[in-house]
Design a protein around this ligand. Structure first.
Ligand SMILES: Cc1cc2nc3c(=O)[nH]c(=O)nc-3n(C[C@H](O)[C@H](O)[C@H](O)COP(=O)(O)OP(=O)(O)OC[C@H]3O[C@@H](n4cnc5c(N)ncnc54)[C@H](O)[C@@H]3O)c2cc1C
Length: 201
């Protein structure tokens, strides 16, 4: 088993440290705690920010996005991505000081619900870089220089990618073979490995 799935121990450890109740775990066990579904408290100001931004997005979707065309051509047109980048939709969770919109998670969810009601794949395209793209790791672990260099780029200009999968590693993320080693001068990390299936990569 340990050979098949080397990350299992880490997953079990993380489960022990879980901070709160899990709605999904309850659902799986047939006893969901519906109290966990209620949204967190939200100020009127936050609500208004979300409402106004949703109006802008709705207008954009109606005028610029043909969901059937996206399915037909199996591609999201460049002008749609560019328009959403300009509206800041790819930087909803990035603080304003780094070029993002600095939204609460509630507003972030509101906007994604709206986009998904128009085109599900477009909502995924907007959501994925903001969940597994580079913004969150840099916000959580980056230094100030990295934040200033990368966050404005992914908030308004470029869509970031995520490179987990390797020829021999998928679900078992702890088995990743790629490594980053600091060079002898201590100036750069040398990254060695093989990656595949990087969406937007
Ligand atoms: C549309 C799409 C976009 C993608 N974009 C990216 C991307 O941007 N970046 C990136 O890095 N990767 C990307 N991937 C790859 C994706 O992350 C991997 O496919 C995923 O992690 C699963 O890995 P795998 O394909 O190697 O399958 P495996 O991990 O080999 O799994 C194969 C099967 O075995 C099952 N399985 C695995 N382990 C266990 C276990 N311990 N117990 C029971 N069952 C198990 C799985 O559920 C699955 O059914 C993308 C994939 C798709 C389909």
């Amino acid at each position: 088993m340990s050979q098949l799935f080397k990350g299992m121990e880490q997953i079990e450890e993380a489960r022990q440290e879980m901070a709160g109740e899990s709605f999904m775990a309850g659902l799986f066990l047939g006893n969901p705690d519906l109290n966990l579904l209620f949204p967190p408290d939200e100020s009127d100001e936050e609500k208004q920010i979300g409402k106004e931004y949703c109006q802008k997005i709705e207008e954009f979707l109606k005028q610029q996005v043909d969901p059937d065309d996206i399915e037909r051509i199996a591609k999201i047109p460049e002008h749609v991505l560019k328009g959403l980048l300009e509206l800041g939709a790819f930087g909803m969770k990035i603080p304003k000081e780094y070029g993002g919109l600095g939204f609460s998670y509630t507003n972030y969810g509101r906007v994604l619900m709206l986009i998904a009601s128009w085109s599900n794949i477009l909502a995924l395209t907007v959501a994925v870089p903001q969940s597994i793209g580079i913004a969150m790791p840099i916000l959580l672990f980056g230094n100030e220089k990295q934040k200033k260099a990368f966050l404005p780029r992914v908030a308004r200009k470029e869509i970031s990618a995520f490179a987990l999968t390797e020829p021999d590693t998928g679900s078992d993320a702890a088995n990743i073979q790629t490594n980053a080693v600091l060079n002898a001068l201590g100036t750069h990390f040398v990254v060695n490995g093989e990656k595949l299936w990087c969406t937007n990569g």
